[in-house]
Write a protein that binds this ligand. Structure first.
Ligand SMILES: CC(C)(COP(=O)(O)OP(=O)(O)OC[C@H]1O[C@@H](n2cnc3c(N)ncnc32)[C@H](O)[C@@H]1OP(=O)(O)O)[C@@H](O)C(=O)NCCC(=O)NCCS
Length: 230
Protein backbone atom coordinates (compact mmCIF):
# COMPACT_ATOMS: atom_id res chain seq x y z
CA UNK A 1 0.00 0.00 0.00
CA UNK A 2 1.38 3.45 -0.92
CA UNK A 3 2.08 5.41 2.26
CA UNK A 4 0.83 8.86 3.17
CA UNK A 5 3.43 11.62 3.37
CA UNK A 6 3.14 14.29 6.08
CA UNK A 7 5.02 17.58 5.91
CA UNK A 8 5.41 20.10 8.75
CA UNK A 9 4.87 23.78 7.90
CA UNK A 10 6.50 26.41 10.11
CA UNK A 11 3.78 28.98 10.89
CA UNK A 12 5.81 31.34 13.07
CA UNK A 13 5.38 34.99 12.04
CA UNK A 14 7.76 35.96 9.20
CA UNK A 15 6.83 38.84 6.88
CA UNK A 16 8.96 37.71 3.94
CA UNK A 17 7.64 34.12 3.98
CA UNK A 18 4.07 35.38 4.32
CA UNK A 19 4.53 37.69 1.33
CA UNK A 20 5.99 34.82 -0.71
CA UNK A 21 3.09 32.57 0.34
CA UNK A 22 0.53 35.22 -0.68
CA UNK A 23 2.11 35.18 -4.13
CA UNK A 24 1.11 31.50 -4.53
CA UNK A 25 -2.61 32.12 -3.84
CA UNK A 26 -5.23 32.48 -6.56
CA UNK A 27 -7.88 35.20 -6.68
CA UNK A 28 -10.46 33.35 -4.53
CA UNK A 29 -7.83 32.47 -1.94
CA UNK A 30 -6.63 36.09 -1.78
CA UNK A 31 -10.26 37.20 -1.26
CA UNK A 32 -10.57 34.69 1.62
CA UNK A 33 -7.19 35.82 3.00
CA UNK A 34 -8.52 39.37 3.09
CA UNK A 35 -11.65 38.37 5.01
CA UNK A 36 -9.72 37.07 8.05
CA UNK A 37 -10.13 39.63 10.83
CA UNK A 38 -6.98 38.62 12.72
CA UNK A 39 -3.40 38.18 11.59
CA UNK A 40 -2.67 34.71 13.11
CA UNK A 41 -5.42 32.76 11.26
CA UNK A 42 -4.69 34.78 8.09
CA UNK A 43 -1.01 33.79 8.34
CA UNK A 44 -1.80 30.12 9.05
CA UNK A 45 -4.15 29.96 6.08
CA UNK A 46 -1.72 31.58 3.60
CA UNK A 47 1.35 29.61 4.68
CA UNK A 48 -0.45 26.25 4.70
CA UNK A 49 -2.26 26.85 1.43
CA UNK A 50 0.97 27.92 -0.29
CA UNK A 51 2.78 24.86 1.08
CA UNK A 52 -0.08 22.67 -0.12
CA UNK A 53 0.08 24.23 -3.57
CA UNK A 54 3.84 23.70 -3.77
CA UNK A 55 3.47 20.04 -2.73
CA UNK A 56 0.67 19.44 -5.22
CA UNK A 57 2.74 21.01 -8.02
CA UNK A 58 5.53 18.53 -7.28
CA UNK A 59 3.28 15.49 -6.78
CA UNK A 60 1.11 16.16 -9.83
CA UNK A 61 3.81 17.64 -12.07
CA UNK A 62 1.63 20.72 -12.55
CA UNK A 63 2.13 24.49 -12.55
CA UNK A 64 0.65 26.46 -9.66
CA UNK A 65 -1.64 28.37 -12.06
CA UNK A 66 -3.22 25.07 -13.17
CA UNK A 67 -4.27 24.10 -9.63
CA UNK A 68 -7.68 25.03 -8.22
CA UNK A 69 -9.81 23.70 -5.36
CA UNK A 70 -13.42 22.59 -5.09
CA UNK A 71 -15.14 21.67 -1.83
CA UNK A 72 -17.09 18.58 -0.77
CA UNK A 73 -20.33 18.71 1.25
CA UNK A 74 -18.75 19.52 4.63
CA UNK A 75 -15.99 21.69 3.23
CA UNK A 76 -13.15 19.23 2.57
CA UNK A 77 -11.06 20.71 -0.25
CA UNK A 78 -10.13 18.63 -3.29
CA UNK A 79 -7.75 19.57 -6.04
CA UNK A 80 -8.24 20.07 -9.74
CA UNK A 81 -5.52 20.39 -12.35
CA UNK A 82 -6.49 22.35 -15.45
CA UNK A 83 -10.17 21.89 -14.53
CA UNK A 84 -10.01 18.10 -14.00
CA UNK A 85 -10.14 16.24 -10.64
CA UNK A 86 -6.61 15.39 -9.51
CA UNK A 87 -5.76 11.77 -8.64
CA UNK A 88 -4.45 12.55 -5.17
CA UNK A 89 -5.70 12.71 -1.58
CA UNK A 90 -4.57 15.43 0.78
CA UNK A 91 -5.50 17.22 3.96
CA UNK A 92 -4.27 20.22 5.93
CA UNK A 93 -4.32 21.19 9.60
CA UNK A 94 -2.97 24.20 11.47
CA UNK A 95 -2.70 25.19 15.11
CA UNK A 96 -0.58 27.94 16.63
CA UNK A 97 2.84 27.87 14.98
CA UNK A 98 2.43 24.44 13.44
CA UNK A 99 0.86 23.29 10.21
CA UNK A 100 0.75 19.79 8.72
CA UNK A 101 0.00 18.85 5.13
CA UNK A 102 -0.65 15.15 4.41
CA UNK A 103 -1.00 13.61 0.97
CA UNK A 104 -1.24 10.17 -0.55
CA UNK A 105 -1.46 8.89 -4.11
CA UNK A 106 -4.48 6.73 -3.21
CA UNK A 107 -6.80 6.21 -0.23
CA UNK A 108 -8.46 9.06 1.67
CA UNK A 109 -6.28 10.92 4.16
CA UNK A 110 -6.94 13.18 7.14
CA UNK A 111 -4.56 15.03 9.45
CA UNK A 112 -4.93 17.01 12.65
CA UNK A 113 -2.51 19.06 14.75
CA UNK A 114 -3.11 20.81 18.07
CA UNK A 115 -0.44 22.98 19.64
CA UNK A 116 0.01 21.84 23.23
CA UNK A 117 -0.44 25.36 24.64
CA UNK A 118 -4.25 25.11 24.49
CA UNK A 119 -5.84 24.11 27.79
CA UNK A 120 -9.04 22.16 27.31
CA UNK A 121 -11.84 21.58 29.78
CA UNK A 122 -11.22 17.83 29.64
CA UNK A 123 -14.14 16.88 31.90
CA UNK A 124 -16.65 18.82 29.83
CA UNK A 125 -15.24 17.86 26.44
CA UNK A 126 -14.70 14.16 27.13
CA UNK A 127 -18.47 13.74 27.48
CA UNK A 128 -19.01 14.87 23.90
CA UNK A 129 -15.78 13.58 22.33
CA UNK A 130 -15.11 10.22 23.99
CA UNK A 131 -16.74 6.80 24.22
CA UNK A 132 -17.15 4.93 27.55
CA UNK A 133 -13.81 3.05 27.45
CA UNK A 134 -11.95 6.23 26.48
CA UNK A 135 -13.59 8.12 29.35
CA UNK A 136 -12.57 5.33 31.74
CA UNK A 137 -8.95 5.58 30.52
CA UNK A 138 -9.05 9.36 30.98
CA UNK A 139 -10.45 8.99 34.51
CA UNK A 140 -7.62 6.56 35.37
CA UNK A 141 -4.86 8.81 33.93
CA UNK A 142 -2.96 11.05 36.33
CA UNK A 143 -1.41 14.55 36.11
CA UNK A 144 -0.12 15.60 32.68
CA UNK A 145 -0.88 12.11 31.39
CA UNK A 146 -4.56 12.96 31.36
CA UNK A 147 -4.20 16.00 29.09
CA UNK A 148 -1.72 14.07 26.96
CA UNK A 149 -4.22 11.22 26.47
CA UNK A 150 -7.02 13.66 25.72
CA UNK A 151 -4.92 15.33 22.99
CA UNK A 152 -4.07 11.91 21.56
CA UNK A 153 -7.72 10.89 21.36
CA UNK A 154 -8.81 14.26 19.99
CA UNK A 155 -6.24 14.42 17.18
CA UNK A 156 -6.72 10.77 16.14
CA UNK A 157 -10.49 11.23 16.01
CA UNK A 158 -10.25 14.50 14.09
CA UNK A 159 -7.81 12.93 11.63
CA UNK A 160 -10.37 10.16 11.00
CA UNK A 161 -13.37 12.44 10.48
CA UNK A 162 -11.28 14.77 8.34
CA UNK A 163 -10.20 11.78 6.24
CA UNK A 164 -13.83 10.86 5.54
CA UNK A 165 -14.64 14.54 4.97
CA UNK A 166 -17.50 14.49 7.52
CA UNK A 167 -15.57 16.76 9.88
CA UNK A 168 -17.33 17.63 13.09
CA UNK A 169 -20.73 16.84 11.56
CA UNK A 170 -19.79 13.30 12.73
CA UNK A 171 -20.43 12.42 16.40
CA UNK A 172 -16.91 11.38 17.40
CA UNK A 173 -18.08 9.91 20.74
CA UNK A 174 -19.66 7.04 18.77
CA UNK A 175 -16.34 5.41 17.91
CA UNK A 176 -13.26 4.66 19.99
CA UNK A 177 -9.54 4.75 19.28
CA UNK A 178 -7.93 1.26 19.52
CA UNK A 179 -6.97 0.34 23.11
CA UNK A 180 -3.27 -0.18 22.25
CA UNK A 181 -3.04 3.39 20.89
CA UNK A 182 -4.81 4.75 23.96
CA UNK A 183 -2.01 3.10 25.97
CA UNK A 184 0.76 4.69 23.89
CA UNK A 185 1.31 2.58 20.78
CA UNK A 186 2.09 5.05 17.97
CA UNK A 187 0.33 3.19 15.14
CA UNK A 188 -2.78 1.09 14.72
CA UNK A 189 -5.58 -0.01 12.45
CA UNK A 190 -9.12 1.27 12.87
CA UNK A 191 -12.60 0.52 11.47
CA UNK A 192 -15.69 2.71 11.90
CA UNK A 193 -18.47 0.57 13.50
CA UNK A 194 -20.87 1.65 10.74
CA UNK A 195 -18.36 0.89 7.91
CA UNK A 196 -16.37 -2.19 9.03
CA UNK A 197 -15.17 -3.03 5.51
CA UNK A 198 -12.83 -0.06 5.37
CA UNK A 199 -9.49 -0.19 7.23
CA UNK A 200 -7.81 3.00 8.34
CA UNK A 201 -4.12 3.20 9.22
CA UNK A 202 -3.55 5.54 12.18
CA UNK A 203 -0.31 7.22 13.21
CA UNK A 204 0.16 9.30 16.33
CA UNK A 205 2.61 12.04 15.23
CA UNK A 206 2.70 13.99 18.49
CA UNK A 207 5.88 15.49 19.95
CA UNK A 208 6.68 17.90 22.80
CA UNK A 209 5.35 20.95 20.92
CA UNK A 210 2.13 19.56 19.46
CA UNK A 211 -0.26 16.64 19.39
CA UNK A 212 -0.92 15.36 15.88
CA UNK A 213 -2.27 12.40 13.98
CA UNK A 214 -2.81 11.17 10.45
CA UNK A 215 -5.45 8.68 9.24
CA UNK A 216 -5.03 6.96 5.89
CA UNK A 217 -7.46 4.61 4.19
CA UNK A 218 -5.91 1.24 3.32
CA UNK A 219 -6.35 0.54 -0.38
CA UNK A 220 -4.56 -2.42 -1.97
CA UNK A 221 -2.15 -1.27 -4.69
CA UNK A 222 -3.71 -3.67 -7.17
CA UNK A 223 -7.28 -2.64 -6.26
CA UNK A 224 -9.25 0.34 -7.45
CA UNK A 225 -7.88 3.04 -9.70
CA UNK A 226 -6.24 6.02 -7.96
CA UNK A 227 -8.70 8.22 -6.09
CA UNK A 228 -10.09 11.19 -7.89
CA UNK A 229 -11.87 12.68 -4.89
CA UNK A 230 -10.34 12.78 -1.41
C1 LIG B 1 -13.00 20.36 9.26
C2 LIG B 1 -12.92 20.66 10.70
C3 LIG B 1 -12.90 19.35 11.46
C4 LIG B 1 -11.66 21.48 10.91
O1 LIG B 1 -11.22 21.47 12.22
P1 LIG B 1 -10.16 22.49 12.87
O2 LIG B 1 -9.47 21.74 13.95
O3 LIG B 1 -10.86 23.74 13.20
O4 LIG B 1 -9.14 22.89 11.75
P2 LIG B 1 -7.84 22.21 11.14
O5 LIG B 1 -6.76 23.22 11.20
O6 LIG B 1 -7.53 20.86 11.70
O7 LIG B 1 -8.27 21.96 9.63
C5 LIG B 1 -8.64 23.01 8.80
C6 LIG B 1 -8.44 22.54 7.37
O8 LIG B 1 -9.18 21.36 7.13
C7 LIG B 1 -9.64 21.38 5.79
N1 LIG B 1 -11.07 21.09 5.87
C8 LIG B 1 -12.13 21.93 5.93
N2 LIG B 1 -13.28 21.22 6.02
C9 LIG B 1 -12.93 19.91 6.04
C10 LIG B 1 -13.67 18.70 6.13
N3 LIG B 1 -14.99 18.66 6.21
N4 LIG B 1 -12.98 17.52 6.14
C11 LIG B 1 -11.64 17.52 6.04
N5 LIG B 1 -10.88 18.64 5.95
C12 LIG B 1 -11.52 19.83 5.96
C13 LIG B 1 -9.30 22.72 5.18
O9 LIG B 1 -8.18 22.54 4.35
C14 LIG B 1 -8.94 23.56 6.38
O10 LIG B 1 -7.86 24.43 6.19
P3 LIG B 1 -7.92 25.72 5.24
O11 LIG B 1 -9.29 26.25 5.35
O12 LIG B 1 -6.85 26.60 5.78
O13 LIG B 1 -7.59 25.17 3.89
C15 LIG B 1 -14.14 21.45 11.22
O14 LIG B 1 -14.01 22.78 10.89
C16 LIG B 1 -15.43 20.97 10.63
O15 LIG B 1 -15.94 19.92 10.99
N6 LIG B 1 -16.00 21.69 9.69
C17 LIG B 1 -17.17 21.21 9.00
C18 LIG B 1 -18.36 21.73 9.72
C19 LIG B 1 -19.60 21.17 9.15
O16 LIG B 1 -19.70 19.98 8.82
N7 LIG B 1 -20.59 21.99 9.02
C20 LIG B 1 -21.81 21.57 8.53
C21 LIG B 1 -22.80 22.54 9.04
S1 LIG B 1 -24.38 21.92 8.81
Amino acid sequence: MAAATVVHVDLTPCASREAAAWGWLDQDERARWKRFLYAPPRRRYALCRAALRALLCGALDADNEQIAFTFAEHGKPRAQVAGRPAAISFNVSHSGNHGLVAWAPRGRVGVDVEERSARYDIDGLSETVCGPRERADLAAARGDGRLHLFYTLWTLKEALVKATGAGLSCDVSRFEIPAAMRRGKPTGTFRFPQAPDVNWRLHNLGNAAYAAAVAHEEVADSAAAPVTTP
